[in-house]
Design a protein around this ligand. Sequence first.
Ligand code: URA
Length: 374
Amino acid sequence: MAKSVSRDLHKMKAFVRFKENTEHESERRKFAAWFEPEHFIVEPAGDFFVQRFHDMDWIIATPKGTAFYTENTLKFDHKPAQKLQMTDDTEELWKIYYASIFNPARLKVKAMRSEMPKKYWHNLPEAMLIPDLIKTAAKRATKMRISSPSKAAGFADAARAPEIHIVKPRESQFSNLIDLNNAARTCQRCTLHCNATQTVVGEGDSEAKLMIVGEQPGDAEDLAGRPFVGPAGKLLDEALKNSNIKREKAYVTNAVKHFKFEPRGKRRIHQRPNRYEVQHCKYWLINEIEIVRPTLIIAMGATAAGALTGSDSNIATRRGRIVKTDFGPSLLITFHPAAILRAGAYERADEMKSQLLADLNMAAAWLAKDTPVL
Ligand code: URA
């Protein structure tokens, strides 16, 4: 009996699948799960879930009682609960993730059945994938063997890569932007490719004198596959127009080529890329610079400035000056349009907007000296 209860507890910890409830106004995220244990284990399992999920409110409903965790307080109701019928946006993502980590070459059906008994399957969204994954495993494993790589995966290589510093212009290892972009589209140098829809490569004149570098694609860019087409892009377009810079004559790109976000209900909330992600993505930015060979780069915001100078410190004090770099093009740091949008209706937003405009005017005047193309 003790063994059976302990096994049931273990399975509950592994197989509870929360679904998010986004229909509320509260600041804390809310989740609910339906689970069918064999024994009365909801109460002894409570602390485990509190430790794991203390920063959200949740309910685990079961036919053998319900645990409620709201505002840091755990309570129980010992009556049988009604089955919850819920789904959320993450369920599809979870299934994609599960299918992609299911390794056909290491499949042991017997061990899997004992680890994940069938009686739990009807509450596990991923379980519906398993029969097909098992059926196709042998074929997929053979395919994996045939196409086995002769070299470690890009991600492992990249993880060992030393800091990349741009020192002086080299020849790019790609002969043109088409080859570079094709390679970037399958980039796995960091984990951001896992959740993003696609790599958003740069666009514009491949011989542009001006390169504009943003942070990373946002929600709209991730879906469209093009940089600066969402709200920040609209503001950038307006500012470029007001400074007589033709966007199509420039080359517009980002320091990081995949959208980093956190799913929140139906929304995908922008997350700033970390140093590691910027560092790994710099490989593409360097190659873009080496192919386009602009005379001036405008770095918008701290991430772009960080990628190009190694320092992402205060933009307000670094903006508005055209400086020489030791890797070729000159550099102008300015505000990111999204930072202006975030400043919203505050007075500061107007000031930042006119400073962005002043910086773009300065770039246009500087370029006009030897580049009549803009
Ligand atoms: N913000 C960026 O930095 N880049 C984009 O492409 C869009 C928004």
